[in-house]
Design a protein around this ligand. Structure first.
Ligand code: DX5
Ligand code: ZN
Length: 221
């Protein structure tokens, strides 16, 4: 297993989005992470369909959409049509979790569920076998540039154990405060995919930053 990096365009210079995405590709990014926020589920507003559409023109990398919105089900068809690869949402944001996961699959996307730092693993356990991805938040969602919450490491380990016990091949992704310092703990705890905003686009050389994050995991890549 090798670490996969999903740079978050939340930290990118949107005036130079094409250039920023090209730099991420050069650095070996595997996915592009898009943080959709509604100012309701989280205390911030970001972007939605227009940016996903633009990214579809700019890159062939899979677009990893993270919805921090209430009623994420409203966007399943639209984002699938725009070419999103992964559709990850929060269990507290919708009522009929199993149905929405199935609808994401019907639209040809991978289905992910995200757990806030204060959210128990039990919230997603009943649908775990249906998931392609579990996203562990290591910050409270809403903003980039926050510090990694250490308790997340133990949670990553517990979710990894659960996935192994169930024979699940789901991706275990971590989001928030990933740096060359914190990535190794998350990797060793069993995460395989790392969202990084500030640690990639907040640096002068995003391509080099991605290589540095992978190197910090301590495995040959
Ligand atoms: C936080 C978002 C993250 C954010 C991470 O609410 O879900 O994806 O972009 O930013 P950094 O890597 O700066 O913590
Ligand atoms: Zn995110």
């Amino acid at each position: 297993m090798r670490p996969r990096i999903a740079p978050s365009i939340l930290a990118a210079d949107l005036g130079r989005l094409a250039e920023q995405v090209a730099l991420a590709e050069q650095g070996g990014a595997e996915w592009i992470h898009v943080d959709v926020m509604d100012g309701h589920f989280v205390p911030n507003l970001t972007f939605g369909a227009p940016i996903i559409r633009a990214l579809g023109q700019l890159t062939r990398l899979p677009i990893d959409v993270h919805l921090m919105v209430t009623e994420p089900e409203k966007y399943i068809e639209e984002y699938a049509d725009l070419g999103a690869a992964n559709f990850t949402f929060h269990p507290e944001a919708t009522i009929h979790l199993e149905r929405q996961v199935a609808r994401v699959h019907e639209q040809g996307m991978k289905a992910g569920l995200a757990l806030n730092p204060g959210s128990p693993i039990g919230l997603i356990e009943e649908v775990l076998d249906e998931l392609d991805l579990v996203l562990i938040m290591t910050v409270n969602p809403g903003f980039g540039g926050q510090n990694y919450i250490e308790a997340g490491t133990g949670k990553i380990r517990r979710v990894r154990q659960l996935l192994t016990a169930r024979g699940s091949a789901a991706t275990l992704e971590v989001d928030g405060g990933i740096t060359t310092q914190t990535i190794r703990r998350a990797w060793e705890a069993g995460a395989d995919t790392f969202v990084a905003g500030t640690a990639v686009f907040g640096t002068p050389d995003p391509a080099e930053a991605i290589e540095g994050l992978k190197a910090a995991c301590g495995v040959a890549v």
